[in-house]
Design a protein around this ligand. Structure first.
Ligand code: MRU
Length: 339
């Protein structure tokens, strides 16, 4: 994506270093950082400087390529394990580390090329998701005229996906085609990826939007034409895991008759998860809930729960927008395994 006069991916590889936009600094500072070894990559992922399923996957792919250049096979195996453990929910991460490791293990010279291939494929997938998804950006009949209003949650834009995005890609493509689009951006407590990252991406692209509190989704839902969110992992039965709060939006959308779409590359499909109950849900530190901008906002005797993701059952999902087409949740297994 273009930022100012330059084009950026959110993660890239240069001179055997993993370069990335530090997502914890946005929207006020645009800082590019480097990771020189896998420990630094793991730290960037854990602290969410690199975040979003596909961007984490890209960091994992480059992390393996870098490890092949820096050490022997045991070093690469240690790197692989540490990268895979850095965040447990995003399936793209192990998809990436396995792909690069298995293609490069007998010919480590090829590791960087394989990682680039994997990441370029991620970007291609996101573009295709946009091409398929833009057709869904249309008014619900009862909503009359004016801009098509899309509600999204968290950030599944280009920051989260190297380029284009998953949930934002159809919006970018529709905007490129001259469609009048407006986005409700739900803020996404506790890390505020909606308010801090999605809103910044949309401002940068000149797309109309407004930030709403997470708890305001039901209030606005009757005005929404469609919901599009991303996904970190898709189970065989079409259940999906995405940022905490996604499930609530899906339930409200169903109640209001608003189509609820999940935009995701098939790299998020996990054949080992029969249903959403098998998806590992990351539990993050309670301090993210108890403190805002470094200041405690809760009684010192109160604790907090902080699941980073929730599972939306297939029955709440209208369709999954993938690089292979728009798929009913019940068909995702067939599309990912046989096509
Ligand atoms: O905890 P995060 O910010 O990494 O969570 C990100 C999301 O939930 C995204 O919607 C998901 O990773 C899809 S990004 C292509």
């Amino acid at each position: 994506m273009r930022v100012g006069k330059k084009w950026y991916r959110s993660v890239w590889f240069s001179d055997n270093k993993i370069c990335f936009i530090d997502q914890t600094k946005l929207p006020f500072e645009f800082e590019v950082r480097e990771a020189k070894n896998y420990k630094e990559v793991v730290s960037a992922i854990k602290s969410m400087k690199i975040r979003g399923a596909s961007a984490i996957g890209a960091a994992g792919a480059y992390g393996i390529a870098q490890a092949f250049a820096l050490g022997d096979r045991n070093y690469v195996k240690r790197a692989k394990l540490a990268l895979e453990k850095s965040r447990p929910t995003a399936r793209d991460l192990t998809c990436a580390t396995n792909a690069v490791f298995s293609r490069a293990k007998n010919d480590p010279k090829n590791a960087v090329r394989e990682a680039e291939k994997f990441v370029n494929n991620t970007v291609e997938n996101c573009k295709k998701i946009g091409e398929y998804g833009k057709r869904l950006i249309r008014k619900r009949e009862k909503n009359g005229r004016g801009a098509v209003k899309v509600l999204t949650h968290c950030n599944a834009g280009w920051l989260a996906s190297v380029d284009w995005g998953t949930s934002l890609s159809p919006i970018y493509m529709a905007d490129k085609d001259g469609k009048n689009v407006f986005v409700y951006v739900s803020e996404t407590r506790p890390r505020m990826q909606g308010a801090k990252l999605t809103a910044w991406e949309l401002s940068n692209a000149g797309i109309k939007h407004e930030i709403i509190c997470d708890s305001a989704s039901a209030y606005f839902m009757s005005d929404v034409d469609l919901v599009i969110v991303g996904s970190d992992r898709i189970a065989r039965n079409g259940d999906i895991a995405n940022k905490i709060g996604t499930l609530e939006k899906a339930i409200v959308a169903k109640e209001y008759g608003v189509p609820f779409y999940v935009a995701s590359s098939t790299n998020s499909f996990d054949a080992k998860c029969r249903t959403g109950r098998d998806i590992p849900i990351e539990q993050r530190d309670e301090s993210e809930v108890l403190y805002v901008d470094g200041k405690r906002v809760a009684d010192p005797k109160s604790g907090a729960e902080n699941p980073a993701f929730d599972v939306t059952p297939a029955e709440f999902i209208t369709a999954i927008i993938t690089e292979k087409g728009i798929v009913k949740p019940k068909d995702i297994k067939r599309v990912c395994e046989y096509e």
